[in-house]
Design a protein around this ligand. Structure first.
Ligand SMILES: [Zn+2]
Length: 346
């Protein structure tokens, strides 16, 4: 059977089960793989370690990072497996990928970031910073998921634009409850009154917002936090796109700013507040305790407040002061709140 047919069958399956973005990504990766195959390799049983190695060398020559190569080869491996190849992953030696644990933001960085935000952005990124949620978990958050002061991260089906039924599942397929800080709850309660959507952060069409990262990078640039050393190629032009070399000196493309850093920062705050590691693991939705440990071993934020308490934050949008406020909670279980920290912007 020809390659395109195998890839087509595999992709049809993925189109039904995965998000549009994942489907498109798989399609691109497999298209690239098939395009690079030597003309003599026409059938599945002709794939061997040499063929796969040659594709990996091609990806290297394209300057793909080890992580990208690894991810792409995994997708090729899924397709081969679906086509009946018993253990395709054993035919490839994937590059070693160092697991990257981001640095948490310092309090000065947070102060600068939140100062540069619009009120709308403050609610959005406070949600990221106070819940440690992953991007998709924020994009798919619904009002109905807020229960008794907690955000219920759970699997759900929803209607996308055009009436198509879609499904959202948390990364590790683990449902979990994350306690919200008092300040975040106040912000959300205020927002809920004027919301016309079932989603907390819908885009202009009422769908899950897909540009949290791009918007966050714009905030970082506005806050003057870009490192000035990143260079990248972006696609520019409104009607006809063309590649353009840009620097983070002048454009919101700094690689040092990404949403996972907010997740890491939140985990670090929880750790500083002496929240038990098992609890942090559950709030982060980590399968393994080892991953959670890696999250805070490299903590760069010095402890400034004695235990036992946790944090909460209030951003006073009508004054130039960011106040981390004190609230005490008697939830019985640990809750990420209480104590006082005040930062002036001047
Ligand atoms: Zn940069």
């Amino acid at each position: 059977m020809f390659w395109r047919r195998w890839c087509g069958l595999f992709l049809d399956q993925k189109r039904r089960k995965k998000s549009d973005a994942t489907y498109k990504n798989y399609k691109h990766i497999l298209g690239e793989f098939v395009d690079q195959l030597p003309a003599s390799v026409r059938f599945i049983d002709q794939v061997n370690a040499d063929v796969l190695d040659s594709h990996m060398r091609y990806l290297e020559s394209e300057k793909a990072a080890p992580k990208t190569i690894s991810n792409k080869m995994m997708v090729v491996s899924f397709m081969l497996k679906a086509a009946g190849v018993a253990t395709p992953s054993k035919m490839m030696e994937l590059p070693t990928v160092e697991e990257e644990i981001p640095e948490p933001y310092t309090r000065e960085d947070l102060q600068a970031l939140f100062k540069a935000m619009t009120p709308e952005e403050r609610v959005r990124y406070t949600f990221f910073l106070d819940t440690a949620c992953r991007e998709k978990e924020v994009a798919h958050a619904q009002w109905a998921d807020l229960i008794d002061g907690k955000y219920w991260v759970r699997k759900k089906t929803f209607k996308a634009r055009g009436g198509k039924e879609r499904q959202f599942s948390p990364k590790s397929h683990e449902t979990r409850l994350i306690p919200l800080t008092r300040e975040l709850m106040d912000m959300l309660n205020a927002r809920r009154k004027s919301s016309k959507s079932q989603r907390i952060f819908p885009n202009e069409w009422g769908d899950p917002e897909g540009h949290f990262l791009r918007k966050f990078k714009a905030v970082a640039k506005e806050a003057g936090l870009n490192c000035g050393e990143c260079e990248t190629t972006i696609s520019e032009g409104r009607f006809t796109k063309h590649p353009a070399e840009v620097s983070c000196l002048t454009r919101p493309v700094c690689e040092k700013h990404y949403l996972h850093r907010l997740r890491k920062t939140c985990a670090t705050f929880w750790h500083e507040k002496h929240i038990p590691i098992r609890t942090i693991q559950s709030w982060l939705g980590h399968k393994s305790l080892e991953t959670t440990q890696k999250y805070y071993v490299a903590s760069a934020i010095p402890r400034i407040v004695p235990p036992p308490c946790s944090y909460s934050r209030r951003i006073c949008s009508n004054s130039s002061t960011l106040v981390l406020l004190s609230t005490r909670s008697s939830l019985g279980a640990v809750r990420p709140e209480a104590e006082s920290r005040v930062y002036g912007f001047q």
